[in-house]
Ligand binder design. Structure first.
Ligand code: HGY
Ligand code: MN
Ligand code: MN
Length: 428
């Protein structure tokens, strides 16, 4: 069995101390992938850190008697099958309820973005069992790979593959910063990527997916509430700009004789900020730049930079990106450089299933409904099946940074909320 399914790995659960306790479960993994200087978590998909988390999750799921499988897209499914139900096989699991999230992180991220949804799901299963809940339909805890898109560039890669929202041949060709292909990295992690692709049968057997996530923003802080339901995810996309000029010597090249791609990149960065500022509530970010070759005394030959643009209105996202590209293209022409632009991933604005949200609201009266600027697997799967989300208060409001946080009492409130929603869904 591949290491990806967690059979190998060196992290075993500590056992009873974590039963029903998401805080204790989080504490077990808080050192994995943490920078020595405490500068955040870096857990890219298929990295040793993420594989250790997969192994840890699988051990906890199996310790709870859940049937664990890893599917063709590297998604882990931990099943609580109906007692006395049909022989538990992938095909016998009809009308399933699924919860879970992701374990991969952005570089230098927090410990809650992703893992909080996974540990809360395990703890919620414990609570349901303690309460004698007997599901009449299968329940699974799922872990989706490459939600952040930090290694291969496409956000929510696992759920996009499952839903047929990205072509497998495109994924096979993806390369990470080291130049290794998706397939090579997957093989190194013990995962055979030859079968990646849409899985309509598996998706068709899911009647609802509910993801719990740390809030990425201060909505719950301002409302002084521990838990919210999700209303919508605003549209968001990411584009790769490749600017090529003429590498040369920093001292021997007169200023008039330069084609410096870094100058063009600086215009792209300025334009992202100005174009996003000009549209109410738009967000524009450049968080990743690669200067080639990257020497202090070297005029660069090329620059790779990635832009992330978001807004509730898809057309406004598209318009901002058009303006940024036009600004950058003008700068490239003036600097005798070339510009190539490639869309990496795009997600339209998603409104979560209203009927599922109403059912969730019925068991969580008083929980506010909040929209979010952060993307999630639940947002991708919303195009195929009813999905919903729960947010847990984050006192800092910050995310994708070690400042991300959640108080133990709010983490417990999130587990209780998730357990109530799951009990409602699996018992009817
Ligand atoms: O980028 C996002 O919004 C999410 O954290 N993947
Ligand atoms: Mn994230
Ligand atoms: Mn996340």
């Amino acid at each position: 069995m591949s290491v990806l399914s967690g059979r190998a790995g060196t992290v075993a659960p500590s056992g009873a101390g974590t039963h029903g306790d998401a805080n204790a479960l989080l504490a077990e993994i808080e050192g994995i992938g943490l920078a020595p200087d405490g500068g955040g978590y870096t857990r890219p998909v298929f990295s040793p850190a993420e594989l250790r988390l997969r192994s840890w999750f699988t051990a906890h799921a199996e310790a709870r008697g859940l049937a664990v499988e890893t599917d063709r897209n590297g998604i882990i499914w931990a099943w609580w099958d109906v007692a006395g139900g049909p022989t538990a096989t992938a095909t016998a699991r009809r009308d399933a309820i699924v919860t879970g999230s992701h374990l991969d992180s952005v570089p230098g991220g927090g410990n809650f973005d992703g893992p909080l949804g996974v540990v809360s799901a395990l703890a919620a299963v414990d609570l349901l069992r303690d309460r004698g809940v007997r599901p009449v339909r299968p329940l699974a805890v799922a872990v989706f790979p490459e939600e952040e898109g930090s290694r291969f560039g496409i956000a929510c890669l696992g759920s996009r593959l499952l839903a047929g929202a990205v072509a497998p041949e495109r994924v096979h060709a993806l390369v990470d910063d080291s130049g290794s292909t998706f397939d090579e990295v997957a093989a190194g992690a013990g995962f055979d990527a030859s079968g990646i692709g849409p899985d309509p049968d598996r998706l068709g057997d899911i009647s609802a997916f509910v993801e719990l996530h740390v809030e990425q923003g201060r909505g719950l802080v301002d409302l002084d509430q521990p838990v919210a339901l999700a209303g919508a995810i605003i549209a968001h996309g990411r584009w790769h700009l490749r600017i090529e000029g003429r590498g040369d010597h920093a001292g021997a090249t007169r200023m008039a004789d330069r084609s410096d791609p870094v100058i063009v990149a600086s215009e792209a960065i300025r334009s992202v900020r100005q174009r996003a500022l000009a549209v109410d509530d738009a967000r524009g970010t450049v968080g990743r730049i690669k200067v080639v070759p990257g020497g202090t005394n070297v005029i660069a030959s090329a620059v790779d930079l990635w832009i992330d643009v978001r807004h509730r209105d898809v057309e406004r996202v598209r318009r901002i990106v058009e303006q940024v590209v036009a600004d950058t293209r003008r700068a490239a022409e003036a600097e005798d450089c070339t510009l190539a632009v490639a869309e990496q991933s795009f997600s339209p604005t998603v409104s979560f299933d209203p009927e599922l949200r109403d059912r969730m609201q019925a068991v969580l009266p008083g929980a506010p409904v909040l929209d979010t600027g952060a993307g999630h697997d639940a947002g991708v799967l919303a195009a195929s099946i009813p999905t919903g989300m729960l947010f847990v208060r984050n006192p800092s409001g910050a995310s994708h940074t070690p400042a991300e946080s959640a108080e133990p009492a709010d983490v417990a409130a999130g587990v209780e909320a998730l357990a109530r929603v799951l009990e409602h869904l699996v018992t009817r």
